[in-house]
Design a protein around this ligand. Structure first.
Ligand SMILES: [Zn+2]
Length: 389
């Protein structure tokens, strides 16, 4: 069986595991573990704190620090309310395209790495080759954060990581972070005719939003001198503001849902520290002067680190060589890459398929793209044969 057919066969199996983020991915992980163990990889399966999901980390070659990591997330987005032409969890080949939930985002890349594993096993020399499959990428990169802890506990930092999200095989060296929060305000209910006897959570939430908008403007002036992000500064969005019950009731509860998309390290901390200070020095004392139990609570919904383009990036050098790309780019969507970068690993995002097809009904991966992904991995195998760390 040729390599593309074998990859397609594995992809068909992967698609048949309905690994929507809310459900277990353990059957898929066991399947991948089998394939990797069959070619002699050392496989580590780490169960999630909730017990229903797992990360896989596997290594071919010597047990030591460094090496090259091929990483993908095993979960997919839901199919509910989408109008599919065929069963999303039964892969269908049509017009040189493979249709199914997760084909491009990002089981195609995973299938390619698994199909190449037997060849890699015969090619790996001094430089270890690692495989990572994570859970819950689509809901806050929880699995990758867990994997990062596992690697730190093992004192293992991959030298280079390739995250195979769909980039149409373009080499991506940067994307903004995505930090999401809900800020909860708890005040004291009362009659609207006597505002001084209550603590109006909505009114304090509005002051908080106002401060956030000041910071939003400040961030515009803090854009790094040379950056390719669009817009080039860290953005803030207030997505929802909820609170209160009626015209004549002092609102006891309010909630602000907001996000920021940092372009550089430090911006998120700057905003969070400024808000904390504003709450501690201005808002809370006023609220608690009337009602001692009034509170403001910042709930972290998700903090997905950005991938910050680096001057030196061995992953970029290697993958540009493997793909023949002349340049590296930045994209608007987030990935797990920043989590690996924070470990000290050089990272790029590069994989088959287009983000245009991700998350939609009739998601597909073209056979051309899958072949291009395989060709990149094939050349990586050749590199492994020649390289020492
Ligand atoms: Zn993805």
């Amino acid at each position: 069986m040729d390599r593309l057919s074998r990859t397609t066969e594995i992809l068909r199996d992967l698609i048949a595991f309905p690994t929507i983020s809310s459900d277990s991915n353990q059957a898929l992980i066991a399947y991948a573990a089998n394939l990797l163990e069959d070619c002699g990889a050392r496989v580590d399966i780490v169960t999630s704190p909730c017990g229903t999901k797992a990360n896989l980390f596997a290594t071919l070659g010597p047990e030591r620090d460094g090496g090259i990591l091929l990483s993908g997330h095993s979960d997919v987005v839901p199919v509910a309310d989408q109008d599919w032409s065929s069963d999303p969890f039964e892969m269908v080949e049509r017009d040189a395209r493979l249709y199914g939930r997760g084909t491009c985002d990002m089981k195609g890349f995973i299938a390619a790495t698994l199909a190449m594993a037997p060849q890699f096993a015969s090619q790996v020399r001094e430089r270890p080759l690692h495989f990572a499959l994570t859970y819950d990428e689509e809901v806050g990169c929880l699995g990758a954060q867990h994997l990062a802890q596992t690697l730190q506990a093992r004192s293992l930092t991959p030298r280079v990581a390739i995250i195979g999200e769909p980039t149409e095989m373009r080499v991506i060296e940067g994307h903004k972070g995505c930090y999401e929060y809900s800020t909860h305000f708890h005040g004291l209910e009362g009659h609207g005719s006597a505002p001084d006897l209550g603590v109006n959570a909505v009114e304090f939430a509005v002051q908080y939003v106002s401060r956030l908008l000041d910071l939003k403007e400040k961030l515009r002036g803090m854009a790094p001198a040379k950056t390719r992000f669009d817009p080039p500064w860290t953005t803030v969005n207030v997505g929802a503001l909820n609170g209160g019950v009626a015209h004549n009731v002092i609102a006891s509860k309010a909630r602000v849902d907001w996000e920021m998309r940092p372009v550089q390290g430090g911006d998120a901390d700057f905003v969070k520290a400024a808000l904390q200070q504003f709450c501690d020095v201005e808002l809370l004392p006023k609220m608690q002067a009337i009602y001692g139990e009034a509170s403001i609570h910042l709930e972290i919904v998700g903090e997905i680190a950005g991938l910050i383009p680096a001057d030196e990036n061995e992953a970029r050098r290697i993958v540009m060589e493997l793909t023949g790309a002349n340049d590296a780019d930045v994209v608007a969507f987030g990935t797990e890459a920043g989590i690996f970068q924070a470990l000290g690993t050089d990272v790029v995002v590069c994989g088959p398929g287009s983000i245009e097809q991700a998350h939609k009904a009739d998601e597909y991966l073209s056979l051309d793209q899958l072949s291009a992904g395989l060709a990149m991995l094939d050349r990586l195998g050749g590199e492994l044969e020649m390289q020492s760390e």
